[in-house]
Design a protein around this ligand. Structure first.
Ligand code: ADP
Ligand code: MG
Length: 275
């Protein structure tokens, strides 16, 4: 199977207040084309660092050792040099990779109608006329099931709910037809019901467009609902990488069991049903 991104002995170190923080330690993994792949781990385990490394978006201050071989190019709007603040670059969508972040407000421009924001991705990356790009924006708003797409085209982000904003950010992320969709804690700011809706939306869009998915979450149950394989991270180390069934039914690492137990106490049903 072809790997969209092949990571070998990747170590990423940030420098902060004179000290070095190893955010990733000697990580090797492949993300095969067409797979739904999840990365899980608690806050600070290096998940976002890995996502940014794969997307070619690590800040220039990060020291990178090891290698990543891409079958894809990182989103072209970022060029070779990482941006000072991702917040300044919206929306995040490219032909090869689309990126969905935790906070849609950070990736959407508050003073631009959302139709324009989505159309701009299609206009920039697909070379469509503005009229066609705008028509595509409407189709995308329909695909992410935003109510009243015509009105939504002209709406501003603050007029939408959190879940609707995330739907718009997803529409922008897939507007240029990326091969790889990276969702970094894309549902973590949403309440449980909306979270389930967004997971369902991501699953449907990934299937419809044949995208490869990199789903990043601190929540093992959500990851198990979406992913075929799960990588468990802690303190920048890859502890365990296996099929979802193996991770959920017979985890090899004690820490994975802790993550599972935390969930089974709450709600075993979703995990048990799918295995
Ligand atoms: P996660 O996404 O799993 O919460 P991160 O990849 O964001 O983890 O962070 C891993 C570690 O790297 C943490 O200790 C975090 O504080 C540190 N870190 C992340 N980004 C930066 C940065 N830009 N500068 C300095 N340290 C960082
Ligand atoms: Mg993170």
């Amino acid at each position: 199977m072809t790997a969209l991104a092949s990571i070998r002995s990747l170590t990423v170190t940030y420098r902060r207040d004179g000290a070095e923080v190893a955010a990733l330690k000697n990580v090797s993994l492949d993300i095969p084309a067409g797979e739904r792949f999840a990365i899980i781990g608690e806050s600070g385990s290096g998940k976002s660092t890995l996502a940014l490394a794969i997307a070619g978006l690590l800040p220039a201050t990060a020291k990178i050792e090891g290698r990543i071989d891409w079958l894809l190019r990182p989103p072209p709007m970022f060029g070779a040099k990482a941006p000072a603040g991702l917040r300044d670059h919206a929306p995040i969508g490219g032909r090869d990779m689309g990126f969905i972040f935790q906070d849609p407000s950070a990736s959407l421009d508050p003073v631009m109608p959302i139709g324009k924001q989505i159309a701009e991705v299609a206009y920039t990356h697909l070379g469509l006329s503005w009229r066609d790009a705008y028509a595509k924006a409407k189709t995308l708003l329909e695909r992410v099931r935003l109510p009243d797409p015509d009105a939504a085209l002209r709406a501003f982000p603050h007029q939408l709910s959190g879940g609707q904003k995330q739907r718009v950010a997803i529409a922008a992320a897939i507007a240029a037809g990326p091969k790889l969709l990276i969702a970094d804690e894309a549902t973590s700011a949403l309440d449980t019901i909306v979270q389930a809706e967004i997971v369902g939306l991501i699953r449907r869009l990934v299937a419809e467009d044949g995208m490869t998915l990199l789903f990043i979450s601190h929540d093992i149950a959500l990851a198990a609902e979406l992913a075929e394989r799960i990588a468990v991270f802690r303190h920048g180390e890859l502890l365990e990488l296996d099929s979802t069934a193996q991770i959920v039914n017979a985890p090899r690492h004690a820490y994975t069991r802790v993550l599972l137990d935390a969930h089974l106490g709450l709600d075993a049903e979703p995990l048990l049903r799918r295995t």
